[in-house]
Ligand binder design. Structure first.
Ligand code: ACO
Length: 342
């Protein structure tokens, strides 16, 4: 059954008018990992496409990266923090369980007028947040929103689980959304979830169900857990489907896509999606080799680098897509107008 929404043209749309990126300085290569555990650069590269990732030192928390990326996006858009109506931070590794990391950002940036909240949709977080922020702008209730995807999952991984710890890196990406003409901007967003997959990839301990105890700590059972093959199959199935649905909802097909910006989890997943949709890999942006899986940060980090490299030009159809814990997945179609930032 198709869940494609009915076409709807609001009087205004959300346009991405500024982008930012931040990563911690410390680089951890596959060879570094091979010195710590039973793995090899060759295994990691061929199974995932990852060569190195950035890791936060203890003094760097998620809000530090998010603030840096947010400042860059604000400068890129040529606006002031005071003009923001909302800060929406997609993260599953916030500084604290509560209050939100978005409130820390609000304070750091001096965005005194802005409301602030976090959104938890793991690696789909930025695409969910883009959809949510776009809806506020389309409704006319807000004009300028800072959307951030930021995670420091290297602080949550179990470093004795070689099947997962090699995948993740830390980072933040940010976008300024501003109200603009209805014939461009974020023209379609589709968000999906399947809670039957809660245990496919999760952080089981540390919440109210399973608080962290001395016993859990001593057993080393407090990190992220993932059934890799299950998540891989889910992504290979659902990602092409949600991209197609998002494109179809605005009368487009895969050949119209100028750039596909996917969650950077595994190069093989990207190649599978590319083959299934017949979108050549030249149109699929990849920076996973340098950053690994940065969860909610991966899509905005990739958008920012793609824009800086001249891979996104005014008039392009850009598709962003995320997938991850929940299970969640989402796609956005953006007619790039590039108003304030060319
Ligand atoms: N180095 C060397 N060998 C390893 C390593 C490693 N780092 N990790 C696992 N192996 C071994 C396993 O022990 C196994 O050995 P065996 O055959 O002797 O038992 C073998 O390699 C194969 O292991 P698999 O786990 O089956 O490997 P697979 O090919 O499935 O690759 C991977 C694992 C890379 C994790 C893949 O399943 C994957 O990318 N899955 C999707 C992950 C993803 O997209 N996550 C996104 C969401 S994350 C989020 O939301 C927070």
């Amino acid at each position: 059954m198709s869940l494609v929404p009915q076409p709807f043209t609001p009087p205004r749309r959300a346009h991405i008018v500024g982008l930012g990126i931040a990563v911690p300085p410390q680089v951890l290569t596959n060879d570094d990992l091979a010195q710590r555990m039973d793995t090899t650069d060759e295994w990691i590269r061929t199974r995932t496409g990852i060569r190195e990732r950035r890791v936060s030192t203890p003094d760097i928390a998620t809000s530090d990266l998010a603030t840096q990326a947010g400042r860059m996006a604000i400068a890129d858009a040529g606006i002031t923090a005071e003009s923001l109506d909302l800060i929406l931070c997609a993260t599953t590794s916030g500084d604290y369980i509560w209050p939100s990391t978005a409130c820390i950002l609000q304070q750091n940036l001096g965005a005194t007028r802005a409301a602030a909240f976090d959104l938890s949709a793991a690696c789909s977080g930025f695409c969910y947040a883009l959809a949510t922020a776009a809806a506020y702008i389309e409704s006319g209730s807000m004009k300028q929103i800072l959307v951030v995807g930021a995670d420091t999952l290297t602080k949550q991984v179990n470093w004795s689980d070689r099947g997962t710890c090699i995948l993740f890196g830390d980072g933040a990406g940010a976008a300024i959304l501003a109200a603009g003409p209805p014939d461009a901007g974020v023209v379609s967003s589709i968000m999906r979830a399947d809670g039957s997959g809660v245990e496919s990839v999760w952080l089981p301990a540390g919440g109210t169900r399973t608080p962290i105890t001395t016993e859990l700590l001593e057993a080393g059972n407090v990190g992220l857990e993932m059934r890799g093959r299950e998540v891989y199959r889910f992504a290979a199935e659902r990602v092409p489907e949600v991209i197609m649905d998002a494109l179809c909802s605005v009368g487009l097909n895969p050949s119209d896509v100028g750039l596909l910006v996917m969650h950077q989890a595994n190069l093989r997943i990207m190649q599978t999606v590319s083959e299934r949709l017949n979108i050549p890999m030249e149109k699929v942006f990849v920076n996973l080799d340098r950053y690994g899986n940065t969860s909610a940060a991966s899509v905005p980090m990739a958008l920012c680098e793609a824009k800086a490299e001249g891979r996104i030009l005014p008039g392009d159809v850009v598709v962003t897509v995320g997938f991850g814990a929940g299970l969640t997945w989402a796609a956005n179609v953006i007619f790039w107008q590039g108003a304030a930032n060319g």
